[in-house]
Write a protein that binds this ligand. Structure first.
Ligand code: 13P
Ligand code: SF4
Length: 341
């Protein structure tokens, strides 16, 4: 055991259950070795909300995840990040003023819209969603959230990920013609009022660079060399990739797919490399797991044992994630709507 590992263990021992370390699947192994809970975005949001005994929560992930933890916990519980600069570029592709503008272009609640905000978004965007009566979603429950909207006879305004929105709509049988892309860089989102009339889903033109790196050519290549191979990707991948794959799902759903596959399977996985390599290591000798292509989330990789130890030793104010009360209250509404479904 190295010295940093020993020091982290000693601090964790001292704090006991008053300290909670949460780690997303995309984190490196050396960081996850110290996590009390490991999971996908939904599971970690639930864990943060459940552990009311934890005075301090250290979130090893990216900023939107730590913000959700802060929103879902009491004001007394403090949330820290080992690297406060670990953000998610997709979450920055939508802000509150642009969301309000889009809401006005669509005609808002009067035109039957309800926002569905992917958790990979800022607290302000989640607050706006709460104000408009919508719900958050993650990649593991987006189908359920879309169905909740349709069960009220409403239409989905999904942001900020185009691909999660399009793939989820397709999963529940919405025709491509009824899905419209809203591009915030264009006047009126590039949306024609006539096509809006028959639209059931509007998706914001945001994306994740890590997942748009997966292509149909990579899939064709795998199928031509290993025809029996299975391919599973994250729903942040483009629709053309998702539709050619055997399955798609959140990080935890991908893990379950791999773990429940028959011995001897060959599985190509289209998501972040740290996670795929861990799956491959854990399954070695039973199932062969390969990366569809080597795609790394630079922000997830910012957290390491060194900055984890620093935050646990010094608890710097600069590493605290603290969402303003008024924003947190409205954002809580949209996260709570999701957690109740
Ligand atoms: P999950 O909710 O599947 O863990 O995904 C989070 C994420 O950021 C994927 O890029
Ligand atoms: Fe954001 Fe993509 Fe990284 Fe997920 S993988 S945290 S969506 S940049």
């Amino acid at each position: 055991m190295n010295k940093i590992t020993e020091e982290i263990d000693a601090i964790r021992g001292k704090w006991g259950n008053k300290l909670l370390i949460l780690g997303h699947h995309y984190q490196r192994d050396s960081v996850l070795a110290h996590a009390d809970e490991i999971g996908d975005s939904l599971e970690l949001a639930r864990k943060a909300a459940e552990h009311s005994e934890a005075e301090r929560i250290v979130f090893c992930g990216v900023r939107f995840m730590a913000e959700s933890a802060d929103i879902l916990t009491s004001r007394e519980q403090r949330v820290f990040m080992p690297d406060i600069g670990a953000g998610c570029p997709m979450a920055r592709m939508a802000d509150m003023p642009a969301m309000r503008k889009a809401w006005a272009v669509l005609g808002g609640a009067d035109a039957g819209w309800l926002p569905v905000v992917y958790v990979n978004s800022s607290a302000n965007v989640k607050a706006c969603c709460g104000e408009f009566g919508g719900s958050c979603c993650t990649s593991s429950n987006a189908t359920r959230v879309f169905e909740w909207v349709f069960s009220q006879g409403k239409r989905v305004f999904c942001l900020p990920d185009e691909h999660l929105g399009v793939n989820t709509a397709h999963d529940i049988g919405i025709a491509d013609e009824q899905i419209i892309i809203y591009d915030p860089s264009k006047p009126f989102g590039g949306v024609h009022p006539e096509t809006l009339k028959s639209a059931r889903v509007v998706v914001w033109k945001g994306f994740c660079l890590v997942h748009t790196a997966f292509t149909t050519q990579q899939i064709a290549q795998v199928r031509s060399v290993i025809p029996q191979a299975k391919i599973i990707v994250h729903p942040e991948a483009p629709k053309s990739v998702v539709r050619l794959s055997d399955a798609h799902g959140s990080t935890s759903q991908i893990r379950k797919y791999v773990e429940s596959s028959p011995d001897g399977s060959v599985i190509f996985v289209g998501t972040e490399l740290n996670f795929v390599q861990r799956l491959a290591k854990n399954q070695a000798g039973r199932v062969m797991v390969k990366a569809l292509s080597q795609s790394v989330c630079a922000n997830m990789s910012k957290t390491n044992e060194q900055n984890l130890l620093s935050v646990l030793s010094d608890w710097p104010d600069a590493n605290v994630v603290n969402i303003a009360k008024s924003v947190a209250e409205m954002a809580h509404k949209s996260l709570d709507a999701m957690l109740k479904l």
